[in-house]
Design a protein around this ligand. Structure first.
Ligand SMILES: Nc1ncnc2c1ncn2[C@@H]1O[C@H](COP(=O)(O)OP(=O)(O)OP(=O)(O)O)[C@@H](O)[C@H]1O
Length: 629
């Protein structure tokens, strides 16, 4: 087949450009990326060869070979792994099929410092070769295929693909080094880079120079199989970078061997930075599964639950069958046991961190708390353990607080754990809905992750206290005891409220005016400063949840809410006095404005923005008009 010239997908061209320009200070990572790809390719073939041994019969020893050629100024990275056919080549080295790429690109700022950390989360892979090479050639043959393929590109928008005679099994990547990158032809440099980044991948990395016998550069000992006391922090970190395709420091490294009903070794990491695809809808887990050092899959659904999908690393068990399909594996009861063990171990470690190193735990929480909370909704069995790990921002000052902290500060007579939900912490912490709670010194949890609406609805109680939204039903503040001095104030306030009959009159007018736009109008005991607020009737969908669903086009109608009015507010008192003479156009305008004001504070638009504008102008005009005008 003649050589074809194809264009990179637009996203690839952008990633290439960014990688080449912003990662240059760490350019040697290209070698780690290519070695990692070679190692993955060997892992894949090793697994496939269990059922199809003929695939590797002619060359059973997996390896990655680096060949520098000073005359040609090329560095070759060759593996004898699974290889690629024509479709694989075009798909893998011409597009970026990973979900979330578009999102990732949108987040890039053009400021290379910030972008480096984002790229680190994204994983640059193969394209990093263009940092040091002006042309890259890939010769590859898929195990079992008769024909090989040649791919070339200078990394500027297009690549070529052509059939290639006599390609060896696996993939050979030849980098035509740019001027000034000759250091990557030197033995000491290659040795150093391999030692630093790829010492403990399970496949040997060889250096082949001229006619000399190849030398092995790495330990090639599958790090997780070695005793913990023989492994340094640096080695753990290097291995994390390899398995996670990450650049950050691991926040937690957990290496242990489980023995008993099922035997397995886990080398697990929690990153310190959010991986770029953390909130992709597929919620894929990323721990790699090995059976006796044979890589099985990095996409094993039942291994780690979705709410721990930020965990990276390796699990290796001799107790799992080698020769089953990945799909069958997912239903294997042993796998379920491993999952149980992993989850318990991870939760145990998180608990220790939370108790002994609260500051470090807080940084974990800010990064992954929103994901861990999904477990509160999905894993009922573990809800109690997870409950102790939850942290919140609350109205009780800065920092993060646990349920136990909250409980220790509850007021006499308080029967609920109160919370408010919304998108933005600053906005909800100023919500009028909190006024009455603040006045009585009652703490309220400020919940701003979308998942919060779901788990709180699923968690009826913390100890004997039920969870209650401050935006739903009555405020239940009457039973909570105030500080002594506050009691007197309370009495004063009562005396200062609109008389009951006047208030009833106003409520009648407001109900008649607003009709079905509201579910009810009633006096509030939760407001101290604002004239009005909206709350959900007990049992109705929470207002913030409804907004979330509407934003995702999962709901189109709006549930009418209860308008609460503050009998102690001057505006309400004047309106109540005016209502004694029955309905009037001014009172009706004000009624609409009150509802719209409450909606705006909630983050909603006025019911009818044009009418809102007109009414507001009219009322403002009254305020500035000379007396008698
Ligand atoms: N040496 C190789 N042998 C076989 N397939 C390869 C090889 N190198 C790359 N590939 C294929 O190309 C794909 C893209 O590689 P690339 O390194 O860009 O990303 P990745 O390894 O999937 O992820 P990451 O960006 O996290 O490294 C790989 O997923 C793999 O399918």
């Amino acid at each position: 087949m003649a050589e074809e010239k194809l264009s990179f997908q637009a996203e690839v061209a952008r990633v290439l450009d960014i990688v080449v320009h912003s990662l240059y200070s760490q350019k040697e990572i290209f070698l780690r990326e290519l070695i990692s790809n070679g190692s993955d390719a060997c892992d894949k073939l090793r697994w496939q060869s269990i059922t199809e041994p003929e695939l590797i019969a002619d060359d059973p020893e997996f390896r990655i070979t680096l060949t520098p050629n000073k005359d040609a100024k090329t560095l070759t990275v060759a593996d004898n792994g699974i290889g690629m056919n024509r479709e694989d080549l075009i798909e893998n080295l011409g597009t970026i099929a990973r979900s979330g790429t578009g999102e990732f690109l949108k987040n890039l700022t053009g400021d290379s410092k910030k972008d480096i950390s984002l790229i680190g989360q994204f994983g640059v892979g193969f394209y990093s070769a263009f940092m040091v090479a002006d042309t890259v050639e890939v010769i590859t043959r898929r195990a079992g295929d008769a024909h090989g393929w040649r791919w070339t590109s200078d990394g500027t928008g297009s690549f070529t693909v052509a059939e290639h005679e006599n390609a060896p099994r696996g993939t050979t990547v030849t980098l035509h080094l740019k001027d000034g990158e000759e250091e990557f032809l030197e033995e000491f440099r290659l040795r150093h880079v391999v030692k630093t980044y790829s010492d403990h991948i399970a496949i040997p990395v060889l250096l082949k120079q001229g006619d000399e016998e190849p030398q092995t550069l790495n330990e090639a000992s599958a790090l997780w199989t070695r005793p913990r006391n023989e492994i340094t922090d640096e080695q753990y970190k290097e291995f994390y970078h390899h398995v996670a395709h990450a650049f950050d420091e691991p926040w937690l490294t957990l290496h242990y061997k489980a023995e008993g009903a099922i035997e397995y070794t886990g080398l697990l990491y929690i990153p310190s930075q959010k991986p770029f695809d953390l909130f992709q809808p597929d919620r894929k887990q990323h721990v790699r599964l090995y059976v006796n050092r044979v890589f099985i899959t990095d996409d094993c659904e039942g291994l780690v639950p979705a709410w721990l999908r930020f965990v990276r690393g390796v699990v290796d068990s001799p107790d799992l069958p080698l020769n089953v399909s990945r799909e069958m594996l997912q239903h294997n009861p042993m796998l379920r046991k491993i999952q149980n063990g992993l989850v318990n171990k991870l939760l145990g470690e998180l608990k220790k961190k939370a108790e002994n190193e609260p500051e470090a735990y807080a940084s974990f929480w800010e990064t992954f708390g929103a994901v861990l909370k999904e477990g509160m909704y999905e894993d009922h069995e573990r809800r109690d353990k997870l409950t102790d790990l939850l942290r919140f921002h609350t109205t009780h000052g800065d920092g993060l607080h646990s349920f136990a902290d909250y409980a220790s500060r509850m007021k006499e007579g308080q029967k609920h754990v109160y919370y408010i939900t919304g998108d933005d912490r600053d906005a909800i912490s100023q919500s009028p809905l909190l006024e009455g709670y603040r006045a009585k010194g009652v703490e309220v949890l400020l919940l701003t992750d979308p998942i919060d609406e779901f788990w709180v609805a699923n968690m009826p109680t913390y100890k004997e206290f039920s969870l209650k939204s401050v935006a739903a039903g009555g405020a239940d503040l009457k039973d909570i005891k105030k500080e002594e001095s506050e009691d007197a104030k309370d009495e004063d306030q009562k005396a200062d409220e609109a008389p009951k009959e006047d208030l009833d009159g106003l409520i009648t007018v407001l109900k008649a005016t607003l009709g079905e736009r509201v579910k009810d109008v009633r006096p509030s005991d939760r407001l101290t400063e604002s004239p009005v607020c909206l709350v959900a009737e007990e049992g109705d969908m929470p207002m913030h949840l409804e907004r979330l669903l509407r934003a995702h086009q999962q709901k189109d109608s709006e549930t009418p809410r209860v308008l609460e009015i503050n009998p102690g507010h001057a505006l309400i008192k004047h309106m109540a006095a005016k209502a004694k003479s029955g309905p009037s156009p001014e009172l009706e305008d004000m009624g609409y404005l009150l509802l719209d004001q409450a909606r705006i504070v909630e983050g909603e638009a006025p019911t009818d923005p044009v009418a809102f504008g007109k009414r507001l102008a009219k009322v403002m005009q009254l305020g500035v008009a000379p007396a008698g005008a």
